[in-house]
Ligand binder design. Structure first.
Ligand SMILES: Nc1ncnc2c1ncn2[C@@H]1O[C@H](COP(=O)(O)OP(=O)(O)OP(=O)(O)O)[C@@H](O)[C@H]1O
Length: 472
């Protein structure tokens, strides 16, 4: 059994370095240290190292200290980033080397001694981790939580961006005030301003009622701007002004109102790259990214899997079941590539825990990918299958029966997968009917997150036509 470390603040070693411009003009010609906070180099005046070079992009490259050395990442620049004469997208710098950005030559050297020790925390709010990367993030979050700094959280789907935002709010002095989520990805472009800042009755065709701004709903608390990268470009300057001046005016309103909110934002998109393509305003980017938190994909931190599994079983009220998760299962989980990240793991743990009998092995590895968008499952079960219908092993709302004869000669895991798929389809079809297709209501009744419910609906082709009756 792999052991789980749950303890107090510990130390993590990262390898830092320093960079300086050796040729061409730069506002800062001295050495700039590269630590665990990213250093952005580019032409934009908000960059930490500003290069006055027409061949350099607004935000060109980023440097940050990691356990593997200083990571240099090209941020989608037009003319590229070169390390020792080789164009790179992403690289780790371990030894002194020459860099070129546009026509500017730079130099990198590792710090002496090479390793910087930073504090790290094994947990933050409901989140747990074992990997040095996540523990360093928890340490950073624990420091910024008490401030009013704006935090930009990035990461693939299911890495925990919303959970981080909630945890920061909970750990902040604003915890007793509202936490309001605005999903910028689902705002129709024409309604973006009215959705963000509210509108008066009759302000435009269709504005039959007055609508309060989420900034006012969150007064004294925190607003979480999810999928910020999807915000239409024409509303971006208005958001920037609202953040800078801390006041807003509703569409059709005549007065500004002061707002007291802490802003957290998240995006799956690489926003800094969107700055270079012109899809996202650089001034808004730097305003929102006062603190940047980049959540690694689960496949990049597989050592977190055992502690996550244990925590998930604990949340399900059965931490003792961790003893029934074999090393083989954990190893299989660690080899999986996790397209759905922690959400996919949580789903597999929930299903495995629900299906395993008393004292049986918790077979999480058999339920991987159950959130992936796969075509309809279970071709061999239910009504109209080639198999007879002797005996029933469940059966659901759509009236099919599972054929015991169809189990014969087939491997246990395969049959179990089929039965489960059939159960999922019947369960969600019945739920959709009951909740009249309202995804929020379905999520409430099922005790699941909306994203999960949507994934199951898509997987089984239920309400695929844009979830028409879902008012979200
Ligand atoms: N470190 C963690 N510890 C425990 N649970 C976690 C952790 N990270 C994520 N989760 C769980 O994984 C699921 C997905 O997390 P969340 O919704 O925050 O992801 P997200 O990055 O916002 O996803 P998306 O981009 O798809 O909206 C949630 O159920 C959350 O509780």
């Amino acid at each position: 059994m792999l052991e789980v470390t749950v303890g107090t603040r510990n130390r993590v070693e990262v390898r830092g370095g320093r960079i300086r411009v050796v040729k061409a003009t730069a506002r800062n010609n001295g050495w700039v240290d590269v630590g665990t906070e990213p250093v952005i180099v580019g032409r934009n005046s908000a960059c930490q190292v500003v290069l006055e070079d027409g061949k350099v992009s607004a935000v060109h490259a980023e440097f940050v200290a990691t356990e593997h050395g200083v990571r240099i990442r090209d941020l989608g620049s037009r003319n590229g980033t070169f390390v020792a004469g080789v164009r790179i997208a992403d690289a780790f710098l371990m030894t002194g080397t020459k860099l070129r950005l546009g026509e500017t030559e730079m130099q990198f050297e590792p710090v002496r001694p090479e390793r910087i020790t930073v504090s790290a925390l094994p947990a933050f709010g409901p989140m747990v981790a074992q990997s040095p990367g996540m523990r360093t993030i928890f340490e950073k979050l624990s420091k910024v939580a008490s401030t009013d700094l704006t935090v930009l959280i990035t990461g693939e789907t299911g890495t925990g961006k919303e959970l981080v935002a909630q945890a920061v709010h909970q750990a902040s002095p604003r915890a007793k005030k509202p936490f309001v989520i605005v999903d910028c990805g689902s705002i129709p472009p024409t309604l973006a301003e009215a959705t963000l800042f509210g509108h008066e009755r009759g302000a435009f065709t269709g504005a039959v009622d007055k609508r309060l701004s989420p900034f006012l709903e969150a007064d004294g608390g925190t607003i979480f701007l999810d999928e910020l990268g999807e915000l239409p470009i024409d509303v971006q300057p208005k958001l920037l002004r609202a953040l800078a001046e801390r006041r807003i005016k509703s569409v059709g309103g005549s007065n500004y109102r002061d707002v007291d909110v802490r802003v957290l934002a998240a995006t799956r998109r690489d926003l800094v790259r969107a700055v270079n393509t012109g899809a996202f305003r650089s001034d808004l980017y730097f305003r929102v990214a006062q603190v940047k938190v980049e959540l690694p994909a689960l496949r990049q931190r597989v050592e977190d899997i055992p502690v996550l599994v244990r925590k998930m079983l604990r949340d399900l009220g059965d931490e003792a079941a961790y003893e029934r998760v074999t090393n083989e299962t954990l190893e299989r989980l660690m080899r999986h590539d996790w397209p759905g990240n922690v959400r996919e793991l949580k789903n597999a743990v929930q299903v495995a825990s629900a299906l395993c009998g008393e004292g049986e092995e918790v077979d999480i590895a058999s339920h991987l990918g159950s959130l992936a968008e796969t075509p309809q499952a279970s071709p061999t079960l239910g009504n109209g299958t080639a198999n007879g219908s002797a005996g029933s092993a469940g059966g659901g709302g759509t009236g099919g029966t599972f054929s015991l004869a169809s189990f014969k000669g087939r491997q246990f895991q395969e049959v179990k997968r089929d039965v489960l798929a059939r159960f999922e389809r019947d369960y969600f079809a019945a739920l959709a009917e009951e909740a009249k297709g309202n995804v929020s209501e379905m999520a409430r009744r099922a005790g699941m997150e909306r994203a999960h419910v949507r994934a199951y609906l898509r997987r089984h082709g239920i309400l695929t036509k844009g979830e028409p009756s879902d008012p979200e």
